[in-house]
Write a protein that binds this ligand. Structure first.
Ligand code: PEP
Length: 251
């Protein structure tokens, strides 16, 4: 089958204010016409989502959250739910980012619950999976990624992946400037797809698997050329208009 349409999603993390986010979003809006072969999305911090959604209304650039609570509403001080993100104009939400797993103790089970909560709210989860450096060095990459995926498959079922995005993000490559080589990334993407093929071939062939980890304009083309790499989840490089657009243009 033909390759899936590329998705390039920017994870702004805890960066930005109203002024620089306005400039960034307006720059992307101006440049999107020259991005022909990729969908773009931005995932601002919660408080900047309404601003980005308003500025992007009617444009082809989608908005996503970076996290959500597993509950719909209630006494969860400081938290944001899936229905709130949907109401604010989000199409996507990142779940299981390695920073959430490492810094906020999100287990595979919690990530799976967030995945399901996202879909229950009508959002498309971008499910992050990926191994630590010591896990790669111990040849545990496939086991770790399989375990992270299995938690979601067990709770939500393979059919749920028809309306989701996966992001393979080797933790050692995130924010470090150390990108996985296209061959290293492709090998894991292929492993993920083949694992899913065993459960449902059509779902496996349709699901977009993004690469994340120090992806930038200068290395995007080679990564995106790999048969099982269907886009990128971009941290640092998503904060610069031309850099982010050029990743999209590399598709
Ligand atoms: C990320 O946080 O998802 C990420 C890939 O970050 P960076 O591009 O900065 O490595």
């Amino acid at each position: 089958m033909s390759k899936r349409r590329t998705l390039v999603a920017g994870n702004w993390k805890m960066n930005g204010n109203r002024a620089d986010s306005t400039a960034l979003v307006n720059g992307l809006k101006q440049g999107i016409a020259s991005v022909n072969n990729a969908d773009l999305a931005v995932c601002p911090p919660f408080i900047l989502i309404p601003l980005a959604a308003e500025l992007l209304k009617g444009s082809a650039i989608a908005v996503g959250g970076q996290n959500l609570n597993v509950n719909k509403s209630g006494a969860f001080t400081g938290e944001i739910s899936g229905p709130m993100l949907k109401d604010a104009g989000c199409r996507y939400v990142i779940v299981g980012h390695s920073e959430r797993r490492a810094l906020y103790g999100e287990s595979d089970d919690v990530v799976a619950q967030k995945f399901k909560a996202a879909q229950d709210a009508g959002l498309i989860p971008i499910l992050c999976v990926g191994e630590l450096l010591e896990e790669r060095e111990a040849n545990k990459t496939e086991a770790v990624v399989a375990r992270q995926l299995d938690a979601v498959l067990k709770l939500a079922g393979i059919g749920a992946l028809a309306n989701a995005v996966i992001a393979y993000e080797p933790v050692w490559a995130i924010g470090t400037g150390k990108t996985a080589t296209p061959e290293q990334a492709q090998a894991v993407h292929k492993f993920i797809r083949e694992k899913l093929v065993k459960a449902d071939k059509a779902v496996a062939e349709g699901v977009r698997i993004l690469y994340g980890g120090s992806m930038k304009a200068s290395n995007a083309k080679e990564l995106l050329a790999q048969p099982d790499i269907d886009g990128g989840l971009i941290g640092g490089a998503s904060l610069q208009v031309e850099e982010f657009l050029n990743i999209g243009r590399a598709a």
